[in-house]
Design a protein around this ligand. Structure first.
Ligand SMILES: *[C@@H]1O[C@H](CO)[C@@H](O)[C@H](O)[C@H]1NC(C)=O
Ligand SMILES: *[C@@H]1O[C@H](CO)[C@@H](O)[C@H](O)[C@H]1NC(C)=O
Ligand SMILES: *[C@@H]1O[C@H](CO)[C@@H](O)[C@H](O)[C@H]1NC(C)=O
Ligand SMILES: *[C@@H]1O[C@H](CO)[C@@H](O)[C@H](O)[C@H]1NC(C)=O
Ligand SMILES: *[C@@H]1O[C@H](CO)[C@@H](O)[C@H](O)[C@H]1NC(C)=O
Ligand SMILES: *[C@@H]1O[C@H](CO)[C@@H](O)[C@H](O)[C@H]1NC(C)=O
Ligand SMILES: *[C@@H]1O[C@H](CO)[C@@H](O)[C@H](O)[C@H]1NC(C)=O
Ligand SMILES: *[C@@H]1O[C@H](CO)[C@@H](O)[C@H](O)[C@H]1NC(C)=O
Length: 911
């Protein structure tokens, strides 16, 4: 009996129901329950622990073990701000909910969180007015409410903050609605400890109160993009700690005060206001000044003559003012100047020679001034080696006389060359190849002469070419046909001969005006032809034609035999000319591969070349892709041309790809290059491509678990390219034929034939000059913008998911006008899901297949912004897998490791 008692107790109170979690832990657990947590960011919060101290996002005092910090930033949680729970954590001093979807008001009870020092609720969906009780938090030093939807005034009570150092109320809600409306309260001047005052992007009006000049601790003031007017207040010299001031994009007027410029400012932004008068000389004495942006005002007079002598100037923009006089020679004295923008002023005189020696410069815009004389020779040598990382270098200068194009060819980083409306003369250099990044060349309205070099056709990213109103002569280079030009203008030159066939069409008429000796099928292009006279020569032309045809035929026969001999001889010679770039330790040599490139070994023919299977002497197999310079690809509905693979860019790209190591990305062993042919050696994938397998009679081999695993693998690979590569890589041609399967049907992403490294420096997507992608996989935004970014890959991946789920081709005559995406949506709508799913799939997986189908539909949302990131896609797919796993484990009667993720019954005991 005595022995039975403990057993009985055990049965009545199984150990798991005895909660040992302390009170603060229980509050937090309740907080978890009250919030929506789609990413399971709070999954480590559970009621079996004693304290919450080792939960993620939670920190405790090391002695008292009470919670003192809660950082839930970037966790994607949603719901109301649980103030009453939070304020029960008596010692909570650090609280951040930044960048979530908290969507209530900010209750005035927040003042009960007495210990708060740091409060960050930025980037949420909070609404309502700012509670005046905030100022009752006695220890608050940091307050950031940026990017919410607060409305109303800044409460006067804010003057009572005793210790506040940072006040940030910037509004940058995506829909652009402005929140805070009103005057800047006089009372803010009482915040003696304020270090950082950020009121930008609101709708504040009136003048800047002079009481702000009492903020003697303030280091940074941000007031840009409001509706502030009037003059800057008197007494700014009292702001002795001020280093950064930005009051741009307001309607401020008057002069820029001398006493402001006497402060040791580091960054002064007053652009797009109505300031007038001169820029005070004293600004040149600031020892830390690196940024000066005053464009779009009404400033007059000269720039301070010592500007840059004592300051490490980096960015100077005084464009669109009425400044005059010569440029100070000292602008780059500290050697840091990167951008010098001065267009639309009245500057005059010669450009200082010191600019030519300024190695750091990457962007100069001096147009629309009254400069005279020659360009300092050194400018053409920019950017120097230090600028290898720059993506664009722009030179825009007007009113120049000179002959200096030869030096320009050294500008390998040059993106834009705009020299139009000058009096420049001389010839274009023959060697243009080194302009690898040039996408815009505008030399219109100068006096350039000589031939347009044939090599212009090798500038494969060039998309804007204007050489009109010069004295170019000779033929139109046929290489121009290789380029994807948005703008081509060779009008008003002295060009002659026949137009290349591509351009001999009426639509190009305006590109070749005013070249009297130029001929093509464009009506009226050739001047001075007498038709009657021409008719008289018809018999002569006929005779010439017949003779020419004969000669041509004999020539072809002769050539064929010569070529055959030549080819045989060449094989032997060729081998010596290969150069090898390897990315892994190789167990083979390039010769071994070259010997096996036989037509018998061709296993596929891709968009950019043929693919061979090569079995090496050690028994291993590799896949070798042989690329040619430029190729054209034809597919049913559209005709898509791939960009030419240019030398330098190719090397750089291959090197990037060679560095990639990921289990779901096909390994690039090495790359062999000769002048006119390139070989990429990949690991060999036994089961070929997903597209081939899925859409052939062998499609039945792929059961649902295999297809699901393929989807997860491929998503993993793409997620790696998008999120883990620096800079990120956009694949640009995601499709089932580019997903290869190894012997265990593990999937790997392949064929970066058109992948480009995304410009991480440029903001957002970089526009690509060549169209890429395959029919049925191309995201709809291509129709209106040629921009390619990760979102286009995600769309294409969504199409692959739909292929896996439906077993259908991305485009199929059966769909009529539609592609797979539209077809799926229509059939879902009209007939239901059973008509969409691949009948070859086992219906016991239906629930899971539907979930994956939904992910596919999400990825193919017409609006890029609605598509989840690749990382999110991986997560969603894993969740589908996880749910399934936990279900099947439960069925087995064992405890699932995911039990606490998806079972909510244990939360009930707390609520
Ligand atoms: C807060 O910290 C103090 C010591 O700083 C401690 O005495 C007190 O118990 C803590 N409060 C809670 C609720 O843990
Ligand atoms: C906001 O949070 C999301 C995750 O919820 C994250 O992907 C994103 O990068 C965050 N944004 C910023 C600006 O930190
Ligand atoms: C706030 O977000 C939660 C969770 O997403 C949602 O259920 C609720 O309806 C939202 N409330 C408001 C007022 O938008
Ligand atoms: C923000 O506030 C405006 C005006 O009160 C409202 O129209 C808008 O829907 C709000 N946005 C959010 C996300 O709450
Ligand atoms: C300035 O604010 C307005 C709304 O007041 C917004 O539409 C605009 O985009 C902002 N401009 C910049 C450059 O941030
Ligand atoms: C600037 O500071 C001086 C001395 O601290 C004070 O006398 C003067 O009133 C202040 N000026 C303004 C405009 O606050
Ligand atoms: C050509 O450039 C000169 C300056 O060199 C300018 O005065 C003239 O207006 C320009 N012509 C055209 C058609 O733009
Ligand atoms: C080329 O420039 C000339 C003027 O120099 C202009 O008349 C013509 O329309 C331009 N052609 C195109 C295609 O822009």
């Amino acid at each position: 009996m005595l022995l039975l008692l403990p057993l009985l107790l055990c049965l009545l109170f199984p150990p798991s129901t005895i909660l040992s979690l302390n009170q603060e832990g229980l509050y937090l657990y309740q907080l978890k329950v009250s919030l929506d947590d789609p990413d399971s960011s709070l999954s480590s919060w559970n009621d079996r622990d004693d304290t919450p101290c080792h939960w993620t996002h939670v920190k405790c005092d090391s002695v008292t073990r009470s919670v003192n910090s809660l950082d839930l930033s970037n966790t994607n949680i949603a719901g109301p701000l649980p103030v009453s729970l939070l304020c029960r954590l008596r010692n909570l001093s650090y609280l951040s909910f930044s960048n979530n979807s908290i969507n209530s008001t900010l209750p005035s009870e927040i003042s009960m969180c007495r210990s708060l020092i740091h409060l960050d609720l930025s980037q949420n969906l909070l609404t309502g007015t700012l509670p005046h009780t905030l100022a009752e938090l006695p220890n608050l030093q940091y307050l950031d409410l940026t990017g919410n939807n607060f409305s109303g005034d800044i409460p006067d009570s804010f003057a009572r903050f005793e210790k506040l150092e940072v006040l940030s109320l910037v509004s940058n809600l995506l829909d652009g609605t402005c929140s805070l409306v009103g005057l800047i309260p006089d009372s803010l001047g009482k915040l003696k400890k304020l270090r950082d005052l950020d009121l930008a992007l609101n709708n504040l009006f009136g003048s800047i109160p002079s009481s702000l000049t009492a903020l003697t601790s303030v280091y940074q003031i941000e007031l840009y993009n409001n509706s502030l007017s009037g003059e800057l207040p008197l007494g700014m010299s009292n702001l002795t700690s001020l280093r950064l001031l930005d009051a741009s994009m307001n309607q401020l007027s008057g002069t820029i005060p001398e006493e402001l410029c006497g402060l040791p400012l580091e960054s002064l932004n007053l652009y797009e206001n109505r300031f007038e008068g001169e820029l005070p000389e004293s600004i040149a004495n600031s020892p830390g000044l690196y940024e000066l942006r005053l464009f779009g005002n009404r400033l007059t007079g000269k720039l301070p003559k010592n500007l840059g002598k004592y300051s490490p100037l980096r960015w100077v923009d005084v464009s669109h003012n009425q400044l005059s006089g010569e440029l100070p020679a000292t602008l780059c004295d500290k050697g840091e100047l990167e951008e010098l923008l001065m267009i639309y002023n009245s500057f005059s005189g010669e450009l200082p020679a010191t600019l030519g020696a300024c190695q750091s410069l990457s962007r100069i815009r001096l147009g629309f001034n009254r400069f005279s004389g020659d360009v300092p020779a050194g400018i053409w040598g920019l950017p120097h080696d230090g600028w290898k990382t720059s993506w664009s270098f722009q030179v825009v200068i007007t009113s120049l006389v000179g002959r200096c194009l030869r030096a320009i060819v050294n500008l390998a980083q040059l993106g834009t060359l705009d020299l139009h409306n000058n009096e420049l003369s001389g010839e274009l250099p023959e060697r243009l190849r080194s302009f690898k990044k040039l996408n815009e060349m505008n030399l219109a309205n100068n006096s350039f002469k000589g031939k347009i070099p044939e090599e212009i056709g090798s500038l494969s990213v060039l998309n804007y070419l204007d050489l009109s109103q010069n004295k170019f002569s000779g033929k139109v280079p046929s290489g121009l046909q290789n380029l994807k030009l948005n703008q081509l203008n060779l009008s008003y030159n002295r060009l002659s001969g026949n137009l290349p066939p591509l351009f001999a069409k009426d639509m190009y008429r305006n590109s070749f005006l005013g070249n009297p000796a130029l001929c093509g099928d464009i009506k009226g292009l050739c001047d001075g032809r007498d038709e009657a006279k021409a008719a008289g020569y018809v018999w002569l032309l006929r005779t010439i034609f017949i003779v020419a045809a004969l000669v041509f035929f004999i020539g072809v026969v002769w050539f064929y035999f010569k070529y055959r001999n030549f080819k045989m001889a060449q094989r032997a010679i060729d081998k010596s000319k290969w150069t090898l770039m390897s990315f892994h330790k190789l167990g083979f040599s390039e010769n071994e591969i070259l010997d096996c490139l036989d037509e018998d070994n061709v296993i596929g023919s891709g968009s950019s070349g043929k693919v061979y299977k090569v079995v090496l002497s050690n028994g291993e197999a590799v896949a070798v892709k042989k690329l040619w310079g430029g190729t054209k690809k034809e597919i049913g509905c559209v005709d898509i041309e791939r960009g030419q693979i240019q030398d330098g860019a190719f090397d750089a790209e291959v090197e990037t790809l060679g560095k990639i190591r990921h289990k779901n990305i096909v390994k690039l062993w090495c790359c062999c290059i000769t002048r006119d042919c390139k070989l990429l050696v990949y690991e060999y994938m036994q089961n070929g491509s997903l597209g081939d397998l899925l859409h052939s009679c062998k499609g039945g081999l792929l059961d649902w678990p295999t297809r699901f695993k393929i989807a997860v693998d491929a998503a993993d690979g793409l997620s790696y390219l998008h999120h883990d590569c620096v800079p990120p890589i956009v694949h640009r041609d995601v499709k089932s034929n580019n997903i290869l399967l190894d012997v265990d049907f593990g999937a790997r992403v392949a064929d970066f034939g058109v992948a480009k490294v995304v410009d991480a420096i440029g903001k957002g997507a970089k526009s690509m000059s060549v169209i890429a992608g395959s029919c049925g996989y191309i995201a709809p935004e291509y129709a209106y913008t040629l921009r390619v970014n990760e979102k286009s890959d995600i769309y294409s991946f969504g199409v692959v998911i739909l292929e896996l789920v439906t077993g259908r081709l991305p485009v199929d005559p059966e769909f009529g006008e539609k592609d797979l995406v539209k077809w799926t949506c229509t059939i879902l709508d009209q007939k239901g899901v059973d008509h969409v799913l691949d009948p070859k799939l086992d219906s016991c997986f239906k629930e899971e297949i539907c979930k994956v189908l939904n992910i596919g539909l999400l990825c193919t949302s017409p609006l890029p912004i609605n598509r989840p990131s690749m990382r999110r896609v991986v997560k969603m797919l894993q969740e589908v897998g996880t749910e399934n796993l936990s279900k099947s484990v439960k069925k087995d009667g064992k405890l699932s490791p995911y039990y606490y993720y998806d079972d909510t019954s244990d939360q009930g005991s707390l609520a």
